[in-house]
Design a protein around this ligand. Structure first.
Ligand code: KIV
Length: 286
């Protein structure tokens, strides 16, 4: 099918042009097909990711850092998440779009999570929600799923807990970590989560969790045993020089390309080499 970025490749042998559904992600897990997920925060990036055949787009609250220049994700508001998810929905037709619930929009009670989560899904059109948390979040997940809100809990390294963790540190090094995270992830699965996301957790713990679940475990800095992988787009494109986590593989150096292009443009303007007549509007002859 036509796309301004080229022909859309199939995401998998069964894929069609309809948006990938959440049950489809479960089917992929059952068939051992890896799920590809990437972050996007606007229509342009969403369209490019879609054209590349990415299965799912996460509108992450990481936008606080990579788009808004914040030190961490804590100040991102629900309104901001909804606005960016609406933009992503306008740009994508193929990927399953998920919205990240920001700090303080769901932790207070299952009812608060329902009110804000339902509003976020209704106003953005996203298919599912991501919420960070451990055992304390199980009741909330059950409450949301029972009321028709699809949820993907985010475990392991939780950026919304950066202060409590004392920085963005790999998790799962303590004794019994595998047992603890397997138990939490399975409780989420039993509560009806359509998937679980695990971030920044030591490999043996993450692979043990992946093997213990029937729903897909999406990893970021976790394990190749995860059923899918997610990365922050700016990290893999070389667009976020402030901090690149060890687990983010660089696939391009777009930041350097933009810098060269902007520098050439500035030099042309200063030298009077731009604009030239081809860039100017003439007066129409009567
Ligand atoms: O906010 C985000 O982009 C995320 C990913 C890092 C998983 O939570």
């Amino acid at each position: 099918a036509a796309s301004p970025y080229g022909t859309l490749p199939p995401a998998s042998p069964m894929a069609s042009r309809k948006p990938i559904s959440l049950p489809r992600l479960l089917e992929m897990r059952a068939r051992n097909e890896k799920i590809t997920m990437i972050t996007a925060y606007d229509a342009t990036f969403a369209a490019v990711a879609d054209a590349a055949g990415i299965d799912s787009i996460l509108v992450g609250d990481s936008l606080g850092m990579v788009v808004y220049g914040m030190e961490n994700t804590l100040a991102v508001s629900l309104d901001t998440m909804i606005a960016h998810t609406q933009a992503v929905m306008r740009g994508s037709t193929h990927a399953a779009v998920l919205l990240d619930m920001p700090f303080s929009s769901y932790q207070e009670s299952p009812q608060q999570a329902y009110r804000n989560g339902a509003r976020a899904l209704a106003e953005s059109g996203a298919q599912g929600l991501k919420l960070e948390g451990g055992a304390e979040l199980v009741d909330t997940v059950e409450f949301l799923v029972a009321r028709g809100l699809p949820v993907m809990p985010h475990i392991g390294l939780m950026p919304q807990r950066v202060n409590e963790m004392g920085g963005f540190k790999a998790q799962g090094r303590e004794e019994d970590a595998a047992k603890k995270w397997i138990s939490i992830a399975q409780r989420f699965e039993n509560a009806g989560a359509f998937s679980v996301l695990m971030e920044g957790t030591v490999e043996p713990v993450a692979s043990a969790v992946a093997n213990a679940l029937k729903v897909p475990l999406i990893g970021i800095g976790a394990s190749p045993a995860c059923d899918g992988q997610v990365l922050v787009t700016e990290d893999i494109l070389g667009l976020f020089p402030d901090f690149t986590p060890r687990f983010a593989k660089r696939y391009a150096e777009i930041g350097k390309l933009i810098s060269v292009a902007a520098g050439q443009y500035a030099a042309d303007v200063r030298l009077g080499a731009f604009p030239t007549p081809e860039h100017c509007f003439g007066v129409r002859k009567q």
